[in-house]
Design a protein around this ligand. Structure first.
Ligand code: URA
Length: 271
């Protein structure tokens, strides 16, 4: 394959930046994600090289498992994780989500596992993919600033993760199949953290976890009961705008500020 076609294939797959100094031929060596497996999950029985390039673009990239099989494997793996360390290892070893193949890093979580508030965002972006830390780019800075105004910080009382653990190519929204494949891990994550309050940041987290396809503007301003198969009792949940949306629509920061005050109010009443 000539270099121009190879570059075109990468662009079709969503590649939009060079990460390393030297080019790496991913067609001749195993993908880095295989080296990440730590045995906690359900790693595939044999290594799977990147699929051969084709003119079909990213749609032609086969999933290693069908979406329902991937979700079932994730469920079985999540069922067996009784500690955060085991869960993280299982996520790193999971090969059922196709975006892992185009991502540089697995982005698991950041903050204090003994938090009061757990925040779930959408998906890692470009900076998160480089650093392996959720919300470490511009939207993360805004997220931190929003919570800092009510006295909450990552080292002390915030814990942050996403609906998927890998950056979707070109920063697109994760597909329902991708969020479904990761959902058992996210559910177990919430149960292991057991926060006083769960905050869903943006539409993808809200749709995925509340299973409601209703706009943030209609859902925000109230506390709901969130439950999943791993929780013995429901966790209170609030929804708010995603910081990337607020960066694009600063006029809505007023509403996000009201949401932060509601979080503060909730915490002061539920010590
Ligand atoms: N946006 C998200 O939803 N999550 C991140 O980690 C970064 C940006």
């Amino acid at each position: 394959m000539d270099k121009k076609s190879l570059l075109q294939w990468q662009m079709d797959a969503g590649v939009d930046e060079a990460v390393g100094e030297e080019p790496v031929n991913h067609f001749s060596i195993p993908s880095p994600s295989e080296g990440e497996c730590q045995g906690g999950g359900q790693p595939s029985s044999k290594p799977h090289p990147l699929p051969p390039p084709s003119r079909g673009g990213s749609n032609s990239k086969p999933l290693h498992h069908s979406p329902s099989a991937a979700a079932a494997i994730a469920r079985q793996a999540a069922d067996g994780c009784e500690t955060l360390a085991k869960l993280e290892a299982a996520v790193r070893g999971f090969d059922g989500c196709a975006i892992k193949k185009t991502a540089s890093k697995t982005v698991f979580a950041d903050g204090n596992p003994k938090c009061t508030v757990m925040v779930i965002g959408e998906a890692p972006g470009a900076q998160e993919d480089v650093q392996g830390i959720p919300f470490c780019g511009p939207s993360g800075k805004l997220l931190d600033a929003m919570f800092a105004t009510i006295g909450l910080t990552r080292p002390e009382n915030l814990y942050i993760s996403n609906t998927v653990f890998w950056r979707p190519p070109g920063n697109r929204q994760p597909t329902p199949e991708e969020t479904a494949a990761c959902l058992p891990f996210v559910e177990k994550h919430i149960a292991l953290i057991a926060p006083k309050l769960l905050v869903l940041s943006g539409g993808t987290a809200t749709t995925t976890l509340l299973n409601k396809d209703i706009s943030i503007s209609k859902l925000r301003g109230k506390t709901y009961d969130y439950t999943n198969p791993y929780l013995a009792s429901p966790v209170p949940v609030m929804v708010t705008y995603h910081p990337s949306y607020l960066l694009r629509s600063p006029g809505q920061k007023r509403l996000a500020w009201a949401d932060m005050l509601m979080v503060k109010d909730f915490l002061s009443q539920n010590q």
